[in-house]
Design a protein around this ligand. Structure first.
Ligand code: FE
Ligand code: FE
Ligand code: ZN
Length: 277
């Protein structure tokens, strides 16, 4: 089963996102829980949520992905920034309880000058303070390009975070194709090898979602600049090999490519056309 969608603006609510996704041929989507640069979240309208749940069921949508704001840094050196991360994280997860069974994706964080070990320790502390037994959402750690001092550039770093939290059963991984390519994982020449490595280090059972992006930069560049499908250094063939790989079967794929809505519509059509089932 193919679940394909893209990042959508959440400004008009959930039903509007569902309808927009449907209109462009999508059956999943991703959205920011609030302004990506931070700030207050909009209040959630229960009627909008229930209308969306009906609509997404009627149109056989897959799981949707909420994305935390970029300003959320769970391993900042400044305690005030970490407090903002905990409060935002907890508040977002509370809202997500209204959409049970979906995903909340976040960037593990940037340790700045504290070092990877300290960064991982602070991320684990943040997760331990926001994960709870009755959580209805799976929290996804996104694989990162390793720009600056980003944590999550290797599968081992992600694994260490999962191993050390008190409730690892609440965690999964979102694999971003641009990020892992920029991080040095050669999905162009060795997709099977990368999948095997992911399985060996993290475990494929943790893989819950994919960000389907081409990259403006080269393998191992640690840059993180997304490109349209087929216009970057990963290329359409390698990206479609990801979509068609059995390890990725039935995962929600979301495009975060530099596109307007018409561009997304065309890319979704392209992916569907090249999906072999
Ligand atoms: Fe992201
Ligand atoms: Fe991403
Ligand atoms: Zn990115």
């Amino acid at each position: 089963m193919l679940y394909i969608g893209c990042h959508l603006s959440s400004s008009k609510g959930f039903l509007a996102m569902g309808k927009q996704a449907y209109d462009i041929g999508a059956n999943t989507f991703q959205f920011f829980t609030r302004n990506p640069r931070g700030g207050a979240a909009k209040s959630v309208d229960p009627d909008d949520i229930s209308a969306f749940l009906d609509f997404s069921k009627e149109h056989n949508f897959g799981k949707i992905v909420a994305h935390a704001p970029y300003t959320l840094n769970a391993c900042a050196a400044d305690e005030n920034i970490r407090r903002f991360a905990r409060e935002t994280f907890a508040d977002d997860l509370k809202r997500m309880d209204m959409l049970p069974g979906n995903y909340y994706n976040f960037h593990p964080g940037s340790h700045v000058k504290q070092g990877v070990e300290k960064g991982i320790e602070l991320i684990v502390d943040t997760l331990d303070s926001v994960l709870r037994e009755d959580l209805k959402t799976t929290v996804l750690l996104e694989t990162m390009a390793g720009k600056g001092s980003e944590i999550g550039r290797t599968f081992e770093e992600i694994r260490e975070i999962i191993d050390r939290v008190k409730m690892p059963e609440k965690l999964g991984v979102c694999l971003d194709t641009c990020h892992i390519f920029d991080g040095g994982y050669d999905i162009v020449n060795s997709l099977d090898g990368v999948v095997e490595e992911f399985d060996r280090v993290i475990g494929l059972d943790r893989l819950k979602a994919v960000h389907l992006n081409d990259s403006m930069n080269v393998l191992g560049s640690h840059k993180d600049r997304h490109q349209k499908l087929g216009e970057g250094n990963i290329g359409a063939d390698a990206l479609m090999a990801v979509v068609n790989h059995p390890a990725f079967d039935s995962l929600p794929f979301n495009l975060e490519t530099p596109n307007d809505i018409e561009g997304y519509k065309a890319e979704i059509a392209f992916v569907k056309e090249h999906y072999k089932q």
